[in-house]
Ligand binder design. Structure first.
Ligand SMILES: [Zn+2]
Length: 214
């Protein structure tokens, strides 16, 4: 905790003066975020850092393995679905990006089983992506983790379309769904193409945009 307080003090000394006007404006006028990112809880994959987003620009949902559950309104507690409802129905974001990543522990748990001391929730949560696990079993063993990470992104996008107000806005051309994958080792960002493949973001010549490794 001391490290975090020290970080806060650095923010107040350096970041806050630069961004004070932005925060004041956001407080007075409210936020108009341009996109929702569904990302993993992983500490190495910070959407605001990856997309160089300023305060107020992006809404973010972070959970284990950037999963979207199927639409299922009932009496249970739905953290991800309630954030989706706010982003789409209230803020009317024009874009949702499901951001997966390399070396994802949630995906590893899906493939190899949840850690023994994390069995209350992780296994059940990851079962949302059971079809991704089955798909990944067709890949060679050394490619299985990456393949499953990609397939999990596709599962989340398919599940987004099970929400009636998301499907309606997509059909009306008011909302676009995207998939992306971030390589922690390489810093490469791959985006999901219409044919289901992932391609590196173009235009990174000279910026170290080498082929992605996890
Ligand atoms: Zn992850």
């Amino acid at each position: 905790m001391e490290n975090l307080i020290a970080g806060y003090k650095r923010f107040r000394a350096r970041g806050w003066p630069d961004q004070r006007k932005t925060f004041e404006s956001l407080a007075e006028r409210g936020q108009q975020p341009r996109a929702l990112i569904v990302a993993c809880v992983d500490s190495r994959v910070d959407p605001a850092m990856i997309f160089d987003a300023a305060p107020g620009e992006i809404l973010t949902i972070r959970n284990v393995a950037n999963l979207v559950p199927p639409y299922g309104p009932d009496a249970a507690y739905h953290g991800t679905s309630s954030a989706l409802e706010l982003a789409v129905q209230v803020f009317e974001v024009p874009d949702i990006i499901v951001l997966g990543h390399g070396k994802c522990g949630g995906v590893q748990a899906l493939l190899d089983g949840a850690p023994e001391n994390a069995c209350d929730f992780v296994a059940g949560w990851m079962s949302i992506a059971e079809s991704a696990r089955v798909e990944a079993l067709h890949a060679p063993p050394e490619e299985r983790q990456r393949c499953c990470e990609h397939e999990v992104i596709k599962v989340s996008i398919a599940n987004l379309m099970s929400f009636p107000w998301i499907a309606r806005r997509v059909e009306e051309g008011k909302l676009t769904l995207h998939g992306a994958w971030f390589g922690i080792h390489s810093g490469a960002l791959m985006t999901l193409q219409a044919d289901g493949s992932f391609e590196p973001v173009a235009g990174l010549d000279g910026l170290g945009g080498e082929a992605a490794s996890g």
